[in-house]
Design a protein around this ligand. Structure first.
Ligand SMILES: Nc1ncnc2c1ncn2[C@@H]1O[C@H](COP(=O)(O)OP(=O)(O)O)[C@@H](O)[C@H]1O
Ligand SMILES: [Mg+2]
Length: 368
């Protein structure tokens, strides 16, 4: 086959190096250097398909290496010699050189499968790294959402409850002084009655806060009833007609899915109330074959969804950002369709196969 002992040793060294190569660039340059040394080639093309219908091409010559992506199959030229990565698939990719001859063919026949393996390995490594990064990002973003919620609760406690308590304390002190001096009983009664009504307001606030921390209705009545309750609360806004429908046979989804869907639905409803100026709100919970879908549709003024993103395509606004994170965490999806003047549709979709669906594994009881 025209290969000397030292050529074979060189190819063996090449195989060892490319399996441990730190990058695709190293794979390409080692291939070129080895082919240059053994077969005296001047030019080399490597085409590789990292994903269906997409190819990447490296063109190496003694002075440079060019890299180009392709959406169309970049066929090898007629001159020189080409070996396909997968002989059964002509679009699998190839190594092509500018020389022909027995020695070049033998060298390429040994090296081409090694190059393909090394490139496949590099793609797999990149995918694993990407998955690890998005997992880290998810954890970081979960913490951000949690901190956001804590900031909200802390603000409510400090600004609302804190101030009401402080003024209640002052009022009680004033009443206490009057009683001690046995003067102004009428005013004392007035002050006490204001204090009583303040305490009533504070109790409501505490109930709301406790609900914000955890909507207990989910435990007692389940997701469907809890969403209906949200719809009922929304319908108390005089200008809004709210309709809530349930389709399909309800089923237990597990606490995490219940809480996430409830929270996201609450955010979508609160957005419609705060921002949309809608007169109609349609909420639908649909139990399908493989997934549950909650849809919130308003007929309001809509908006340009591009406003939710900054110039680096990162979502900025916290409400939709949290919805997206919650759905991603469940392996579900969040879809928003809106345009100025045409209302907004928010869809929340969670597959029953979500790994958070403990209910499907433990008990199959339907929600109350
Ligand atoms: N249903 C809606 N109708 C009209 N505009 C909306 C609607 N939902 C959201 N928006 C717009 O999108 C923005 C981002 O919403 P969101 O992420 O929930 O943040 P926030 O409600 O805190 O402003 C809102 O400020 C509003 O301008
Ligand atoms: Mg919002």
């Amino acid at each position: 086959m025209g290969l000397s002992q030292s050529d074979i040793r060189r190819i063996a060294g090449f195989a060892r190096k490319v399996t441990k190569a730190p990058s695709v660039e190293t794979v390409i340059s080692e291939t070129f250097e080895t082919l240059k040394a053994i077969a005296n080639i001047k030019e080399m093309r490597i085409v590789y398909s990292p994903a269906p219908s997409s190819w990447k091409e490296w063109k190496a010559s003694p002075d440079s290496v060019e890299v180009r992506p392709h959406d169309e199959w970049p066929a090898p030229g007629k001159k020189g010699l080409t070996l396909l990565f997968d002989p059964d698939d002509e679009h699998s990719g190839f190594v092509s050189v500018d020389k022909k001859g027995e020695k070049v063919r033998s060298t390429l026949e040994i090296m081409t499968p090694e190059v393909w393996c090394a490139l496949l390995l590099q793609s797999a490594l990149r995918r694993v790294q990407k998955a690890a990064i998005s997992e880290t990002e998810l954890v970081r973003e979960t913490f951000r959402a949690r901190d956001e919620e804590r900031r909200h609760i802390s603000r409510e406690l400090h600004d609302d409850l804190g101030q009401s308590m402080a003024s209640l304390k002052l009022g009680l002190k004033w009443a206490e002084d009057l009683v001690r001096k046995k003067r102004g009983m009428e005013e004392v009664v007035k002050e006490l009655s204001t204090a009583r009504s303040d305490v009533g307001t504070m109790l409501e606030k505490i109930r709301d806060l406790s609900h914000t921390l955890y909507p207990r209705i989910l435990d007692t009545l389940g997701l469907v009833a809890a969403v209906k309750e949200l719809a009922y609360q929304a319908s108390r806004h005089a200008s809004l007609a709210v309709n809530c429908t349930v389709r399909g046979k309800g089923r237990a989804l597990g606490k995490e899915i219940d809480v996430a869907l409830y929270r996201c639905c609450q955010e979508a409803i609160s957005n419609a109330i705060r921002h949309s100026e809608a007169s109609k709100l349609e909420i639908e919970i649909s139990f399908g074959e493989d997934e549950v879908r909650v849809t919130v549709v308003d007929n309001g003024k809509g908006f340009d969804p591009r406003a939710l993103y900054d110039s680096n395509s990162r979502m900025m606004t916290s409400g939709f950002w949290t919805i997206r994170q919650r759905m991603a965490d469940l392996g579900g999806a969040f879809r928003l369709s809106t345009s100025e003047g045409h209302g907004a549709v928010v869809e929340l979709i969670v597959p029953y196969s979500s790994r958070k669906n403990h209910a499907s594994r433990k008990n199959k009881t339907a929600p109350r």
